[in-house]
Ligand binder design. Structure first.
Ligand SMILES: [Zn+2]
Length: 99
């Protein structure tokens, strides 16, 4: 083996940040981390759940709550002014609520 041309070989492996499993794999990259592995992925565990490592569900719930608050405020202002509720959409006028 020629000296000085080969990258350093790291043997610390890969760590899953979700379940903490340590996978013994050699690589030229140090400290590799993955968000999900076969030990905790719903496909392999057979368990139905949402894997939310990036906080997407929390973000969606915050946006949903903000939208509902905004809707309630608009409804309250409309009731204060005694305005009728907005007309139904044209589709609902034609087909009714069952459409
Ligand atoms: Zn895992």
């Amino acid at each position: 083996m020629k000296n000085g041309i080969h990258p350093k070989y790291h043997t610390e492996g890969i760590v899953c940040t979700t379940c903490g499993t340590h996978w013994k794999i050699g690589s030229t990259r140090p400290n590799m981390r993955v968000e999900i592995c076969s030990n905790c992925h719903p496909f392999y565990t057979g368990e139905q759940r949402i894997v939310d490592t990036a906080g997407q569900v929390d973000r969606f719930m915050r946006r949903l709550s903000a939208a509902q608050d905004r809707q309630a405020t608009i409804e309250k202002q409309r009731n204060a002014r005694n305005e009728p509720a907005p007309k139904k959409s044209l589709l609902k006028e034609i087909y009714g609520d069952e459409a």
